[in-house]
Ligand binder design. Structure first.
Ligand code: NAD
Ligand code: UGA
Length: 455
């Protein structure tokens, strides 16, 4: 039986390997991590991440052909194919701080693979990495001892959180980058055979390693650019009485533009868009492509502007002060159906409100534990309340940051009755029924649309 190892049991490593285990009963899938608590949690009833359908997926294969462990060295010795899915956050120190990718975790993995491998391995970059990282990985792997051959492939992951199981089951494409050599072709074919257990061959795309590495950064940059583009126009809509949903619909019906990823919002969050664009910006600067770097950096600048614009609009609408006012923040996750709060717009909005001395109460069905960690330095200044009705009690305003489906169907008459008047709703996702809310008595402030105000 073939063994696949994945180093890194996070948002990507866990779900991806669970799907491979389910679809490939003839393959043993081993997932390792240095974080013992995380490894423990994957084997318990409380998985370390929330993702619809994931618990069932893991349960179906756990300890049959899917195994979790902290023994990285033993995993390396046993596996034929080694996926590396460790975190690659933005560097916070030294050269390239704030832009370049921090490759320390990734490099440590390469050294561990080299130290423990006793037979030839295919090493797969699953993490998102700067272009030409495979070259550095190969240098480390092939330094010194030359008895073991390592073939490095790039196989970026395109799943989105909240829809990970669906994205893994029916991916738009699987991308495999390999070298144009005999051993490169063999390795690409071996990895393609794994995916071919459930993905049609015409959706398995093979390219050079460098194209594959760059395509991952490019895909995230294009997706984020769409959101920044529509968000930039939402600001213009608010000044001109055009309606951003109508504009999005009108442009999205042009097949060349397409209708998806055109929802104006308080801003995009998530662990990757900002990090990957800044990584792209750093790469362009490194190669002396200043104009290209500036072009892509604007996508991130526009996102920060949108988050700030939302927070400032709350203050200006509420008579230029939120000091002492209770504000209920509905949703802290960076999107619906995840407990992940990395780079969530809620962080910037809450920090602004606290700076303005508002009494902030945060509610979220899945992300309160992460929220507490993100805002640990503000402990005592923020309240956390799982029940949205209780969060809204005595509030001057609601700020909807996450598009949780449940928020659309709450009893807003009950909520209105429990709030201080005039009561405001700032819908950072345009996910509520604004007309009904207005009729109940709320002053409703959407994104990119005319406010519905009784004042
Ligand atoms: P994560 O932080 O959730 O998981 C990474 C894991 O790697 C952690 O559990 C960490 O303990 C472990 N790790 C770090 N160093 C290790 C080592 N030396 N040995 C063993 N384990 C080690 O990160 P993630 O969200 O899963 O992202 C992983 C990569 O995938 C990143 O490069 C990211 O850009 C990319 N990616 C993420 C997503 C997403 O939706 N989160 C989607 C596509 C691609
Ligand atoms: C994104 C990409 O969609 C994945 O393909 C990619 O694999 C992943 O990044 C990654 O590399 O980490 P993710 O960040 O999980 O996935 O979630 P998205 O659905 O892309 O949403 C990102 C942010 O944009 C969220 O805050 C979301 O609410 C926001 N968004 C999305 C909008 O504001 N408007 C939209 O129309 C769509």
């Amino acid at each position: 039986m073939k063994t696949i190892l994945c180093i890194g049991a996070g948002y990507v490593g866990g779900p991806t390997m669970a799907m491979i285990a389910k679809k490939c009963p003839d393959i043993k899938v081993l997932v390792v991590d240095i974080d013992a608590a995380r490894i423990q949690a994957w084997q318990s009833d409380r998985l370390p991440i929330y993702e619809p359908g994931l618990a069932e997926l893991v349960k179906a294969t756990l300890n049959k052909n899917l195994f979790f462990s902290t023994d990285v060295a033993a995993g390396i010795r046993e596996a034929d194919i080694i996926f590396v899915s460790v975190n690659t956050p933005t560097k916070t120190f030294g050269e390239g701080a704030g832009r370049a990718a921090n490759l320390q975790y990734w490099e440590k993995t390469a050294r561990e693979i080299k130290a423990n491998a006793t037979s030839d391995k295919i090493v797969v970059e699953k993490s998102t990495l700067p272009v030409r990282t495979a070259e550095a990985m190969e240098r480390i792997l092939h330094s010194g001892n030359k008895t073991v051959h390592f073939e490095v492939l790039s196989n970026p992951e395109f799943l989105a959180e909240g829809t990970a199981t669906k994205d893994l089951e029916t991916p738009d494409r699987i991308l495999i980058g390999g070298h144009d050599t005999e051993s490169g072709h063999r390795a690409v074919a071996a990895l393609a055979d794994v995916y071919a257990h459930w993905v049609p061959r015409n959706r398995i795309l093979t390219t050079s390693v460098w194209s594959s590495e760059l395509s991952k950064l490019a895909a995230n940059a294009f997706l984020a650019q769409r959101i920044s583009s529509i968000n930039s126009l939402s600001a213009l809509c608010e000044r001109t009485e055009a309606n951003i949903s109508e504009v999005a619909r009108a442009i999205g019906m042009d097949a060349r533009i397409g209708s998806r990823f055109l929802n104006a919002s308080v801003g995009f969050g998530g662990s990757c868009f900002k990090k990957d664009i800044l990584n792209l910006v750093y790469l362009c600067q490194h190669y002396g492509l200043t104009e290209v770097a500036t072009y892509w950096e604007q996508v991130v600048t526009m996102n920060e502007y949108q988050e700030d614009r939302f927070a400032k609009k709350m203050s200006s609408t509420m008579f230029n002060t939120v000091a002492g006012k209770r504000i209920a923040v509905f949703g802290f996750a960076f999107k619906a159906d995840t407990g992940d709060t990395r780079e969530s717009p809620a962080i910037r909005v809450c920090r602004y409100l606290i700076e303005e001395r508002a009494a902030v109460v945060v509610t979220d069905p899945k992300a309160l534990e992460n929220a507490k960690k993100d805002l640990a330095d503000l402990a005592g200044k923020i309240t956390y309340e799982p029940d949205p009705y209780k969060a809204a009690e005595g509030a001057h305003a609601l700020a909807v940051i996450t598009d949780w489906e449940d928020y659309a169907t709450l009893d807003y008459k009950r909520i209105y009755d429990s709030m201080v008047k005039p009561a405001f709703i700032f819908d950072g996702r345009n996910c509520l029924d604004h007309k009904t809310l207005f009729e109940i008595g709320f002053n409703v402030h959407p994104i990119g649309k005319i406010p519905l105000s009784h004042l």
